[in-house]
Write a protein that binds this ligand. Structure first.
Ligand code: FE2
Length: 465
């Protein structure tokens, strides 16, 4: 998508950009601090590390800065052992970050800018390239620690010091790219992933065995004739579940001044049930909705498939009016025989970042945690919500002035916990918060004060020792 006649974009107005100030302001320091201060007590049975990724531009950006599409990756790690905590953070150093560090300023524009740097500025290898963006998620599989991008290969990190080892294709499984949200089967250890592309075949899926070798190379998903944005997936013991909401890439429109992505609700939403044994894809369809993130899923005894997810009426910013964008937690039952989707609302207020105990991911039997809003600050997530959809129960923890991040289920040796990084709106101090999974509404067991501010970000993982 190189366009050599396009001039270098102007700097972003940092001071007036909502995703480059306050809770979202980039963090440029990289530190490694032991023995963090704790309010409360870190459970002594916790041993491991919580890692979280998120957009964090290395230099003040030029062109357009669109959250969460733009930014460089920064990985934050809180290591827990023997009741004590250590914090480390590092940029994911792509060739673009390294080139900008040599120059001392931003060189690449945003992903929605058509500008790319020329050979005089960055040399022949990087001329005409777009910025790599491994800033969405962090995944460990088959001995590799991966900073995940969207629809592109991830970057491998050194687990010892979080330094960047380079672009990683995991054999050829991620050679064409990968979702930032591959799903690991807790029973088989396999990692199942998909990748969307702007050109045919538009959508592929692939599988890594538990040892990290490729057991299924990228395989086209039959029945897809349009490039569509798909952020996350669900997994059952039988199926990889891909939900194709009608957010369509329109390359021609972008090159003539229009938007790259077009929301086409009249097309409806289609759901692909991809048999993991390689059988033909089963399709179902329903009215249009949008989903960023899934919780758990499971195969029902009658052959239908149940999927829990955070639903939105449409993707923010893509409405045809200024109408509100209602969200909620939804349980869908997909019938591969009839091609139908039955959706039941579990909770009818905005939620996001749904997570489950990853050991139940393909069986959807455990609790679902999300970020939620209690309404004091309509712009931010101020609470964690905990659902038991099977029992129809809901509880929440009011985080007060803390802007909460994605909750992470953390199994301990004698009890289980939820953990997340949040930042206080009043003083911008960041904390790693540990809640008891047995009664998360009772509040934190421990608040670990982080030595620097962690910008609001995206997804994390708990890596047991
Ligand atoms: Fe995501």
């Amino acid at each position: 998508m190189s366009a050599p006649d396009i001039p270098r974009p102007a700097p972003v107005d940092m001071a007036h950009h909502s995703h480059l100030t306050g809770l979202f302001a980039p963090q440029r320091d990289e530190v490694d601090v032991h023995d963090l201060d704790v309010i409360g007590e870190i459970p002594p049975d916790l041993h491991g590390a919580y890692l979280r990724n998120g957009p964090n531009p290395r230099f003040d950006p030029i062109g357009r800065y669109v959250y969460p599409l733009d930014g460089d990756g920064m990985v934050h790690r809180v290591e827990i052992a023997d009741g004590r905590a250590r914090y480390t953070n590092r940029f994911v150093r792509t060739p673009m970050v390294e080139a900008e560090e040599r120059a001392g300023h931003a060189i690449w524009g945003g992903v929605t800018d058509l500008y790319t740097p020329g050979v005089d500025e960055v040399g022949p290898d990087l001329a005409g390239t777009s910025r790599d963006l491994p800033d969405i998620n962090i995944v460990r599989h088959g001995g590799r620690l991966l900073a995940m991008a969207e629809s592109a290969p991830p970057y491998r990190l050194d687990p010892a010091d979080l330094s960047t080892l380079g672009r990683e294709t995991c054999g050829d499984a991620m050679a064409v790219g990968s979702t930032a949200h591959p799903k690991r089967d807790p029973a088989t250890g396999e990692l199942v992933l998909f990748n969307y592309m702007l050109e045919a075949p538009y959508l592929t899926w692939a599988v890594l065995a538990a040892d990290g070798t490729t057991s299924r190379p990228p395989t086209p998903v039959d029945g897809v004739d349009t490039p569509m944005m798909i952020h996350d997936m669900a997994l059952t013991e039988r199926y990889a579940v891909l939900v194709l909401c009608p957010l369509v890439f329109d390359i021609a429109a972008m090159f003539t001044g229009g938007a790259l992505l077009d929301w086409r609700p009249d097309d409806g939403t289609r759901i692909a049930l991809i048999p993991r044994d390689g059988g033909p894809v089963r399709w179902a369809s329903c009215d249009a909705f949008w989903v960023w993130h899934f919780a758990g899923a499971r195969d029902l005894p009658d052959g239908r498939v149940q999927v829990d997810y955070a639903q939105w009426a449409y993707p923010h910013g893509f409405a045809r009016s200024d109408a509100p964008c209602p969200g909620g937690l939804v349980r869908a039952v997909v019938d591969p025989e009839r091609g139908t989707v039955d959706r039941q609302t579990v909770f009818d207020r905005d939620v996001e970042f749904p997570r489950v105990d990853d050991r139940t991911l393909t069986r959807a039997g455990g609790p679902v945690a999300t970020v939620g809003k209690l309404g004091r600050d309509s712009a931010g997530w101020d609470s964690l919500r905990f659902f038991d959809p099977d029992a129809g129960k809901e509880a929440h923890w009011d985080a007060g002035s803390l802007a909460v991040g994605e909750p992470q289920y953390i199994p301990g040796a004698t009890a289980d916990y939820w953990g997340m990084i949040g930042t206080d709106r009043t003083d911008l101090r960041s904390w790693f918060v540990i809640l008891p999974a047995a009664d998360p509404a009772s509040g934190p067991l421990a608040r670990v004060e982080l030595p620097i501010r962690v910008p609001s970000g995206l997804h994390g993982a708990w890596l047991p020792v």
